[in-house]
Write a protein that binds this ligand. Structure first.
Ligand code: FAD
Length: 106
């Protein structure tokens, strides 16, 4: 199986980049596409213990797809949940757009 850390880093990059380019005012179709993508993603993610926990999280915290801001913050909170589980520092979600859309050096 792929290296869980390399996979994780690149996957968060993909997911936060999707949030960064998600419409500020998505159509109903765009919202259902995003929800379907996230549901399938959580089933197919090739770190199976990670996927199991993430699916459980998504059952408690339904994906918010009403706007870029909503999804970006939902995803940031979801990532923070994983950070807490792994004993990593949490991220200040007021800064997610600066990190992932307008950009800074990591
Ligand atoms: P990462 O957590 O990969 O983060 C990359 C960058 O994102 C950081 O450098 C920071 O700039 C930014 N960032 C950090 N937190 C946030 C946030 N909340 N919002 C926005 N940006 C942020 N690993 C396991 O060992 N066990 C698991 O159960 C597990 N579950 C995972 C579930 C999912 C859905 C994903 C995508 C990954 C999971 N991982 C899991 C991998 C883990 O989250 C990390 O990706 C991996 O440990 C590498 O960590 P990292 O320190 O490089 O930073």
């Amino acid at each position: 199986p792929p290296d869980v850390e390399v996979l994780g880093r690149s996957t968060w990059t993909l997911l936060h980049s999707i949030a960064a380019t998600y419409p500020t005012a998505p159509t109903a179709k765009e919202q259902s596409d995003l929800k379907n993508f996230m549901r399938l993603f959580s089933k197919l993610y090739p770190c199976w213990v990670c996927a199991e926990d993430f699916q459980a999280y998504m059952e408690k915290q339904e994906v918010k797809a009403g706007s870029r801001d909503e999804f970006g913050n939902w995803l940031c909170e979801a990532h923070n949940e994983v950070n807490r589980k792994l004993g990593k520092p949490t991220f200040d979600c007021r800064k997610w757009e600066e990190r992932w859309r307008t950009g800074w050096k990591d």
